[in-house]
Design a protein around this ligand. Structure first.
Ligand code: C5P
Length: 232
């Protein structure tokens, strides 16, 4: 899979999701399904979106003991998703277990991406709540390296960190980057943002775009604009 735009389908019901996806009569976008929609609708929502011809990033951020994550990943792999994720904080052993569980009997598997530190965690909370005293950039790169060593395909990171992740872990290690906004658009609650064109220049492999597309007056046009800036 090459560079692509992933739409964050942050909806709370299947009805809303399908009303949104019905607008895309041409190219079928790669979509991200998160916890809210998955917990509301269950695995059937994944099967239905897949049946409609979309690629799926199932964003459930697993974090548990290696054996539990391995078995859960085997279930997600059976849903035929294209990409899924976990928390690198679960350790290398957990990530290795996840990869094992995710690998199908024929040797194929979805891409597996690690979350390093959530962007909602800053230096201060990391030190106070997690007792991690190292600089947050160092922690993020260390977790990325652990993910790479465990055999994972990439990390979720800010587009601003994508270049450094590639320098540390190699160009083939994927960067999946949210926090994307159009130059003339609303930033909303995202703090550090980049346009799709800038994310392309800096080397992001996948951009995850939510509200700039889902809340646009013409979501299909907004999606096509992202594709034109980032992919073409
Ligand atoms: O609407 P917006 O473009 O801000 O959506 C970005 C998507 O990426 C949301 O689903 C959000 O949860 C997710 N995300 C993020 N920042 C992270 C990790 C995930 O915005 N660090």
């Amino acid at each position: 899979m090459g560079r692509d735009v992933i739409i964050a389908c942050d909806f709370s019901s299947a009805e809303q999701t399908f009303a949104f996806l019905d607008k895309f009569t041409g190219r079928k976008p790669f979509v991200k399904i998160g916890m809210e929609l998955f917990y509301a609708e269950g695995p059937q929502i994944v099967r239905e979106i897949k049946k409609r011809g979309h690629k799926i990033f199932l964003d459930l951020k697993l974090h548990d003991i290696p054996n539990t994550v391995k078995k859960s990943m085997a279930v997600l792999s059976g849903l035929d998703v294209d990409m899924t994720n976990l928390h690198a904080a679960g350790t290398k052993r957990m990530m290795e277990g996840a990869l094992e569980g995710l690998t199908r009997p024929d040797g194929t598997r979805p891409l597996l991406i690690a979350v390093t530190q959530l962007t909602s965690t800053d230096q201060e909370t990391m030190e106070a709540d997690l007792l991690i005293k190292e600089p947050i950039d160092k922690v993020v790169m260390h977790y990325a390296k652990n993910a790479k060593d465990a055999g994972l395909d990439g990390v979720v990171c800010s587009p601003l960190e994508a270049g450094k992740v590639h320098d540390t872990c190699g160009r083939g290690f994927l960067t999946v980057t949210p926090g994307v906004r159009f130059a003339d658009g609303d930033i909303g609650d995202q703090k550090r943002v980049m346009t799709p064109a800038e994310a392309k220049k800096i080397g992001s492999d996948y951009i995850v775009v939510g509200r700039p597309i889902t809340a646009a007056e013409d979501p299909v046009a907004a999606y096509e604009r992202c594709v034109a800036e980032f992919v073409d």
